[in-house]
Design a protein around this ligand. Sequence first.
Ligand code: UTP
Length: 290
Amino acid sequence: MKVNKAVIPAAGMGVRFLPATKAQPKEMIPIIDTPAIQYIVQEALDSGVKDILMITGRGKYAIEDHFDKSPYLEEFLADKGKEDLLALVREIGSLARLHYLRQKEPLGLGHAVLCARQFVGNEPFAVLLGDDIVRSKRPCLQQLMDLYAEMPGTILAVTEVPPEDVSKYGILDAEPLRDGVYRVRDMVEKPRPEEAPSRLAVIGRYVISPRIFPILAATPPGAGGEIQLTDALRVLCREEPVYGLIFKGRRYDVGDKLGYLKATVEFALDRPDLGPEFEAYLKELVGEMG
Ligand code: UTP
């Protein structure tokens, strides 16, 4: 069965980015001039997903407004003859078939995914988290779907992290099947380095079997009083095949301040309109410091 639907949980409180997230969604914080959430929507579209459900919460209107048509702004730009900007704004408004659902309380990522049950129905579906932005030739989600086409099941995007970083992630206990592909036996959430079964860290891209929904519905709140997706995936991998795929590409953890800074610098260096001047500036700055 093809993966036609994606879920983007975006109802978190964004505590790590306070005070910026006090009155605006963390997903709207831009990497240069483009909100993080736009990269995520674009990746889903580039991977061939047609319908996207955004799980939002209190104070997240800006996300809906961003992807909506903006007649006044369009009229203003048209009057001023700013055709490039007009085209840009129009394109965002027509990007995807976006649907919205509010998670009434932030009861965890697992609960946010469970909110998508009716929208998804009995089909495999994609989940993309806004904290991870992946730059790659083939979109990260598309890479998961490629594997899914060959080996139907639940597919988790993973990356190898250094031992000192395993405590930040869900880590796989897994058996290698072939280069970059693992069969998941179990998962450990944020283990201490000496207890980690591997260095394979789960990042925010998934293709998930609909069997996850009844499991999530029966999953009691775990760490932090939240319903954890990892807890449900641990049950799922005992019932159905769950695979880990080491995706090809460069991933930025933009939910973390340092990761966000790295993404901003590297994206700016890559931009034809900013890169050369920005690079000269950075060299000068580093020269002054050294
Ligand atoms: P995080 O654990 O990173 O939480 O959520 P957060 O609120 O986004 O950020 P910090 O850690 O407080 O700074 C992982 C993903 O799950 C979503 C978030 O929006 C994020 O995409 N989420 C989390 C929900 O949709 N609902 C929740 O109740 C919790």
